[in-house]
Design a protein around this ligand. Structure first.
Ligand code: PEP
Ligand code: MG
Length: 547
């Protein structure tokens, strides 16, 4: 058994096989190896697996599409037994002492080039076949055997790094856990892992040879164990049973109000990234949606989602929440959240760059399309609109101007919308917190984004794993900005929620409520633990949640 310690960024225990996820665009690297004999064995194992895959494909195609279509797989299977091709790969590994992926890829270049230069059309066409069989072996060697969604059983996904757009593209039912080398607790990828309720560990130097091996991910201690022994498996299963028991106990809190012993009522809501998270929010008894990060709708699409597509998505969320408040944040694209069809260009400091409301105010056509979709959907529930990354009064006034224009358009077109849509702003820059007294007069509510507020107050990149120990949302400077924002919001008649990850920190629940927070919005799976904290605030906890 091998054990590796990183940082737990999503709690829970997962036991399963590792699937090494490699970005499609990653080129094959020329990696030196120590033991050519072992590397040749690796190649032979992958080659056997490729032959097996091709046999299955041939049989399936024969049955479903006839012999003619099945012939290509048979031809590929025969090519994989070609002695010149295989000898070349073994020779490169042995003489150059390089990894099998590189040897296969170099051989493919050589043979494919040779065929491409031939005069005979039939032989010319074999060039593509060489590339095809070689890519199949490389995919198997690097664990890219297939897309995760093609797997038959759920896996522990291991990757060097995962972007938020890659993370949302995975089929959740195929995932047991994430393990990455890069990534920090406040990155959007980690937030997504928590929303999906998956154990996750970052800071582990991933070894591709783990692909397919049994492993345990302990999201509490931030440990990955490859080839776990019996004792560890027993121990982990025990923790899983304890978790299960704890979850069952927490179920008793469903249907209860989130109200302190002294009678302070808090609205406890869910942070979600789209329609697919609504069931988790409802299962965990969310009292509303405190933050819908609408940019994920954009990131999941291959082009800008139309007004109608957005309208349908927002309407579904509002309908499913049956009259409970739904706060939808307008597009917060940029920094680590990118959409391929809207390249923002390389920036030295993208988190402080062209993003969120800056893009929207610069592109009224994008902004107004979203606002129209939101207002149209407002007829189906209780909507509040939230504007991200605000730094000035002017921005707030412009947002309100566009909202008023959209309402006017809908009036003229006789399209129904709710007259009670509240408008709010994210307080996630120190600038917004410091002028919150002025801003409060212009909006119905504030939502404090502690993830970015911490990043900008402490000058700590929230996605930089190396700075993780310094990324402290409990820093007195951050807490003071939160306190004064709530105070100023209330003075101006705005209610104040907290939707950053700090809202789920049960060690701070008391402080945040003492500051006067009206709403806490957290990942769905953390709603009941926070409610447990709130309702037992002045007495012993039902049981300790923190472990
Ligand atoms: C925040 O910054 O705290 C926040 C909730 O927004 P996001 O995490 O999406 O940047
Ligand atoms: Mg933010």
């Amino acid at each position: 058994m091998q054990q590796f310690r990183g940082k737990g960024i999503g709690s829970g225990i997962a036991i399963g096989r590792i699937f090494f996820y490699e970005k499609k665009e990653d080129p094959v690297q020329r990696v030196s190896i120590e033991d050519p004999a072992a590397e040749i064995m690796r190649f032979e194992t992958a080659r056997a697996a490729a032959i097996e895959q091709l046999q299955q494909l041939r049989d399936k195609t024969l049955e479903e599409a006839g012999a003619e279509n099945a012939a290509i797989f048979e031809a590929h299977r025969i090519m994989l037994s070609d002695s010149d091709y295989n000898d070349s790969i073994r020779h490169i590994i042995r003489v150059e002492k390089v990894c099998a992926e590189y040897a296969v890829s170099a051989t493919a270049d050589h043979f494919a080039g040779m065929f491409a230069d031939m005069a005979d059309d039939y032989l010319k066409a074999r060039s593509a076949d060489i590339r095809d069989i070689s890519e199949r072996i490389v995919r198997i060697l690097s664990g890219r055997g297939n897309d995760v969604s093609c797997l038959s059983e759920p896996v522990i996904l291991a990757a060097e790094d995962l972007t938020p757009s890659e993370t949302i593209a995975f089929d959740r039912s195929k995932l047991l856990a994430f393990v990455t080398h890069l990534g920090s607790a406040d990155s959007h990828t980690a937030i997504l892992a928590r929303t999906m309720h998956l154990p996750a560990v970052s800071g582990i130097a991933i070894d591709r040879s783990w692909n397919g091996r049994l492993a345990v991910v302990d999201g509490y201690s931030g440990t990955l164990s490859v080839d776990p022994d019996e004792t560890l498996l027993r121990e982990m299963l025990q923790i899983r049973r304890r978790d299960e028991k704890r979850r069952t106990l927490l179920q008793q809190l469903k249907g209860r109000e989130s109200i302190t012993k002294s009678g302070r009522k808090i609205r406890l809501c869910a942070n979600i990234s789209g329609v697919k998270d609504i069931s988790a929010a409802l299962e965990n008894d969310a009292e509303g949606i405190g933050l819908l990060r609408s940019e994920f709708l954009y990131m999941e699409s291959s082009n800008f989602p139309s007004e109608d597509t957005q309208f349908q998505a927002y309407k579904t969320v509002l309908q499913k929440m049956e009259g409970r408040q739904v706060v939808i944040r307008t597009l917060d694209l940029g920094s680590d959240k990118q959409a391929s069809y809207f390249p923002l260009g390389k920036e030295d400091n993208p988190a402080m760059g062209y993003r969120a409301i800056r893009i929207c105010l610069d592109h009224p056509e994008i902004f107004k399309t979203q606002l129209r979709a939101l207002y149209r959907a407002s007829a189906y529930g209780r909507l509040a609109i939230l504007f991200p990354m605000i730094i000035s009064l002017e921005e707030v006034l412009q947002c309100k101007k566009y909202a008023a224009e959209v309402k006017e358009e809908l009036n003229n077109e006789k399209i129904p919308y709710s007259k009670d849509v509240e408008l709010g702003i994210m307080i996630e820059t120190p600038a917004a917190a410091l002028i919150s007294e002025t801003l409060a007069n212009e909006v119905d509510f504030f939502s404090i984004g502690t993830n970015d507020l911490t990043q900008f107050t402490l000058a700590i990149d929230r996605c930089n794993a190396r700075l993780e120990p310094l990324n402290d949302p409990r820093h007195p400077a951050v807490l003071e900005l939160i306190r004064m924002t709530i105070e100023n919001g209330h003075k101006g008649g705005a209610w104040v929620g907290i939707c950053g990850e700090l809202a789920a920190d049960t060690n701070l629940t008391r402080t945040l409520i003492e500051y006067g927070a009206d709403e806490l919005s957290v990942s769905p799976s953390l709603i009941l633990p926070v409610r447990n904290e709130i309702i037992h605030m002045d007495c012993q906890s039902l049981y300790p949640i923190s472990s």
